[in-house]
Design a protein around this ligand. Structure first.
Ligand SMILES: C[S@@+](CC[C@H](N)C(=O)[O-])C[C@H]1O[C@@H](n2cnc3c(N)ncnc32)[C@H](O)[C@@H]1O
Length: 274
């Protein structure tokens, strides 16, 4: 297994201290930690809900301090697929086809696959409704497969990872990404105890290496979101699972702007050639 580490995009100017004043709140006392579940748990599939996650589509990105073209991993992933010349590319769990639009700009052919009709309707381009556990494609169809921010929805993410392996040609490239289990440490005092997810930046290299040669790990660990005021903090905390009451108390207790540290990785896998 070969792995390299690098950073994604430029680190925009960020404050030099991580100290947050939790005025009048002592953490982590807001929830009953006796209820804590430690078994890895799949995130719920809520993408066909009429009101998707409290009505906000990309609440986090609204607060990103990076320039538009660096807002998330998609441009970097599209660049690497295009540079490798590994088309066509299957985007598993493509959602509203963010990656597909960037692949179009780079002249790489692709097809999206998603299990949520509401998400597919928000996208454009070639896309198929279906499950990533049993895709409708023949063996060795694709030169690249992406699974961005989606493997944590599976009780056993090795099932869609195996499906990616099956549809990839020998020598093909697989990209999977997820946040770290240590993402957004500043919010931990205010969120209910969360079990680890079934797929995260910590488990990704090991899981991929069961089938692939790990061909790189692009990680980020930086102040990335800036919550400007109380309303922004309340919205964000509720979208992350805080109760409205705790969000209200927390939003009153912190100083603004509130900076959030984002952590995660894109892990690249290569299917052995022949
Ligand atoms: C957080 S979104 C990520 C969307 C996109 N990959 C991106 O990075 O913008 C997760 C996506 O995975 C899709 N998804 C979840 N479970 C799936 C499954 N079993 N088969 C196919 N798609 C699935 C959801 O519908 C959703 O669009």
């Amino acid at each position: 297994m070969r792995a390299s580490r690098s950073s994604i995009g430029p680190i925009a100017h960020a404050p030099s201290t991580r100290a947050i004043a939790y005025r009048g709140m002592t953490a982590p006392s807001q929830y009953n930690t006796m209820d804590q579940v430690t078994e890895p748990t799949a995130l719920p599939f809520d993408y066909n809900d009429v009101v998707f996650r409290h009505g906000t589509e990309a609440h986090g990105l609204d607060y990103s301090i990076l320039r538009d073209e660096y807002r998330d991993v998609h441009p970097m992933v599209a660049d690497r697929f295009a540079a490798a010349g590994t088309s066509p590319i299957l985007d598993m769990g493509c959602g509203p086809t963010t990656l597909g639009a960037l692949l179009d700009e780079r002249g790489a052919s692709w097809v999206g696959l998603d299990a949520a009709i509401r998400r597919l309707r928000r996208g454009a381009g070639p896309r198929v409704l279906g499950a990533a556990t049993r895709s409708p494609f023949r063996d060795e169809t694709f030169g690249g497969v992406a699974a961005l921010y989606m493997l944590y929805h599976f009780p056993d993410p090795f099932v869609p990872i195996s499906e990616a392996f099956r549809v990839l040609r020998p020598g093909g490239l697989f990209a999977a990404c997820a946040p770290s289990r240590f993402d957004e440490p500043e919010l931990a005092p205010f969120l209910p105890p969360q079990p680890p997810e079934t797929f995260d930046a910590e488990t990704a290299p090991g899981l991929l290496s069961r089938l692939f040669d790990v061909a790189g790990v692009d990680s980020w660990d930086m102040f990335l979101y800036r919550l400007p005021d109380r309303q922004a903090a309340w919205n964000y905390l509720v979208s992350r699972g805080a109760t409205p009451d705790v969000a209200e108390a927390a939003a009153r207790a912190v100083d603004y702007p509130l900076w959030l540290t984002k952590r995660g990785s894109v892990v690249w896998g290569r299917k052995a050639a022949g």
